[in-house]
Every structure is written in C-alpha cells, then in structure tokens.
Write a new protein. Structure first.
Length: 74
C-alpha cells in the first residue's frame, strides 16, 4: 500500500513545473505509471527517472517504487 502513496505524493515530489505536464496514473507491482503531455517532456523525465525514484522512495522501508513507466497522455 505504501507504493500507492506515490500517486498522491507525485506533485509534491516532482514540483509544480513537472506536475503541470504529468499525471500519475497508478502503481502496479512496484511500477508507477505516469502520463506525460509531450514527447520532449517524456525524454527529459526519462533522464531524471533515477532522481525521481530516489525522491519517491526516500524514507520508505516497504512499498518502494521499482520502476517508473512514462506514457503519452495527460
């Protein structure tokens, strides 16, 4: 259940600029699925994936996000 909190914490974790062009969709089997508004943002976020995962998992013992999957949408 702790992993599902990533959806609720997304905007706070990534900040307003990224939150404005993304929408966290769901967590499934340790993967967070996030819709992204444009392909250029998808490329940028893919480069930032490691840092975003570190932020999302900070202080968590269980329910860590193992993967972030960016999809076109939002």
């Amino acid at each position: 259940m702790e992993a599902a909190a990533a959806v609720e914490e997304w905007a706070e974790t990534v900040g307003p600029q990224i939150a404005a062009v993304t929408e966290p969709l769901r967590v499934s089997e340790g993967s967070l699925f996030v819709a992204v508004a444009t392909s250029s943002w998808m490329m940028e976020l893919t480069l930032m994936k490691g840092e975003i995962m570190r932020r999302l998992n900070a202080g968590k013992k269980d329910g860590k996000i193992q993967h972030i999957v960016f999809v076109m949408g939002s």
